[in-house]
Ligand binder design. Structure first.
Ligand code: CS2
Length: 499
């Protein structure tokens, strides 16, 4: 079989083998600038937009992908060499693979190379939306104080060097200022990260930055920039060498960075845009007045469920999420955690069948073709726990409800942070707070489990809640002594009611 390198020139030949964009990519204009062109964006927003360009005659919503950080060089160079094209490989439940070349990203910029290009792009009249996937940790939010972290060295750098920014806040501020100077219309800044109230959070953090860097701009932003909240969902594991090889062997397509994902997808967006938006509803997105219930449900069930499986699974020695969820003890633990501790905090969700949602989650986690990496799930847990798990804990503590299972997961995380699993294998911990986590985990292991809870930027004042701390210490000791599985069995989950 002839092999073709994925790029615009070879697209015709490639279209004989997999589905490719049928719209004329060269005639599109860029309506969206997206910051953070990782797998998640490419499996989700770029996929929806590709479908829209494909199914309609719309031409004004192509995407300019921005790689913001120096370590994004590789993705930038790869996509640039492929003219923005990549293959989306959807791993179906029956093990089959649907492949489709996505063409919605038509421009690419590498911010560290020339910051002014990014600023000017966002400040061009045809651009109406900036979307973000900058990860949960990217919002510069301090869990303990609830405020913008104005001591962050990169933030201080951006304030001192406004035209050469490094952070998303520095870029957005300069670009909005330029839009104001040019007398352009407002713009929408749409977060696609897993954060409760992601739009509100973006607005709050950006305005905190602008207050320090350029306060005169605040009224313009308040009047002309919209920050819709949204819930985004599609499990997107990291691409492996085997995925790249499979695409080459099966289809003869040489794609240096395809994206793999599950078949399920959901996008719920608050309909608040200041300067127009794509008709994403034509291709399945839901526009609603209030997205909060959807976000809450997804973060506290799906994302929290992932963290539970990731941390417990990693300690046991599993490497993929399906292995963890298909372990009957971990599965029972997770199901009880979701039903017993999370569901009571979601009582205000109307018309949502939570039992069915949880059943579908367990099925999605169990998709054996996906092989979602536990390493991916456990990465940046210090940014994930405060969003996925701790709000549930706080809501339960407030009403004196049980937090025993969440305490168990936090105890497992403290032990995980020592860096070795129960098989004595090294754990590859990737976390901005890695050193702090490790230091507190070491102290905790010297007969003071509660020291791990002292990391205020993660746990806030959780250490002052005695019922939680007692359950945590008890779980810590049992897991250390007997291992995760026996400790799970000791909890006697059968006594816990289901919903
Ligand atoms: C995961 C998410 O990063 C994580 O811990 O829970 O990436 C998850 O796969 C997506 O939010 C699914 O929509």
């Amino acid at each position: 079989m002839t092999t073709y390198t994925l790029n615009q020139e070879n697209l015709n030949a490639i279209s004989e083998r997999v589905s490719t964009p049928k719209y004329n990519r060269t005639q599109l204009t860029t309506g969206i600038v997206h910051i953070g062109i990782g797998g998640f964006h490419r499996a989700h927003e770029a996929f929806y937009t590709d479908q829209l360009l494909h199914d309609t005659s719309i031409t004004n919503w192509a995407i300019c992908g921005v790689a913001l950080l120096p370590h994004d060089t590789k993705i930038y160079q790869t996509l640039k060499a492929q003219d923005g094209l990549y293959t989306l490989m959807v791993k179906e439940f029956d093990g089959s693979l649907s492949k489709r070349v996505i063409g919605a990203i038509t421009e690419l910029l590498f911010a560290p190379e020339d910051p002014s290009k990014v600023i000017e792009k966002i400040a061009s009249p045809e651009v109406k939306i900036v979307t973000l996937t900058i990860t949960e940790g990217g919002y510069n939010y301090n869990e303990a104080t609830g405020a913008f972290d104005d001591k962050n060295p990169s933030i201080l750098y951006d304030i001192a060097h406004p035209t050469q920014p490094k952070t998303v806040f520095g870029y957005l501020t300069q670009a909005l200022k330029l839009r104001q100077q040019k007398g352009l219309k407002g713009i929408t800044i749409q977060s696609c990260d897993n954060i409760q109230g992601n739009g509100d959070m973006t607005k709050q953090m950006l305005l905190s930055y602008v207050k320090l860097a350029d306060p005169a701009l605040i009224p313009w932003i308040e009047q002309r920039v919209a920050f819709p909240n949204s819930m985004v969902d599609r499990i997107t594991p990291a691409t492996t060498a085997a995925d790249i090889e499979q695409l080459k062997t099966e289809e003869g397509i040489v794609d240096a960075w395809p994206v793999v994902c599950e078949p399920f997808k959901q996008w719920v967006i608050e309909d608040q845009f200041s300067n127009g938006r794509p008709l994403w509803e034509v291709v399945g997105a839901q526009f609603v007045k209030d997205v909060e219930p959807y976000e809450k449900m997804k973060l506290s069930l799906l994302n929290a469920g992932h963290s539970v499986l990731g941390i417990l699974g990693a300690l046991v020695g599993y490497t993929t999420i399906d292995e963890a969820v298909n372990d009957k003890n971990i599965n029972a633990f997770l199901e009880h955690y979701l039903k017993q501790e999370v569901v009571p905090t979601l009582s205000d969700l109307e018309n949502v069948d939570l039992e069915a949602y949880i059943a579908s989650l367990l099925q999605r986690f169990g998709n054996v073709s996906i092989k979602d990496q536990i390493d991916r799930i456990c990465s940046e847990s210090s940014a994930k726990f405060p969003i996925f798990i701790l709000p549930t804990v706080k809501a339960n503590l407030k009403l004196s409800r049980q937090t025993e299972l969440a305490a168990f997961v936090v105890a497992a995380w403290a032990i995980y942070s020592l860096g070795t699993n129960e098989k004595d294998e090294h754990l590859n911990i990737k976390d901005a707070l890695k050193d702090t986590l490790h230091k507190q985990a070491e102290l905790a292991s010297q007969n003071h489990p509660e020291y791990f809870l002292e990391i205020e930027s993660v746990f806030g004042n959780l250490k002052t809640y005695k019922p939680f701390v007692d359950a945590y210490v008890k779980a810590y000791k049992t897991i250390t002594k007997k291992g995760v599985i026996i400790a799970v069995q000791n909890i006697n989950l059968s006594q816990i009611n289901s919903i």
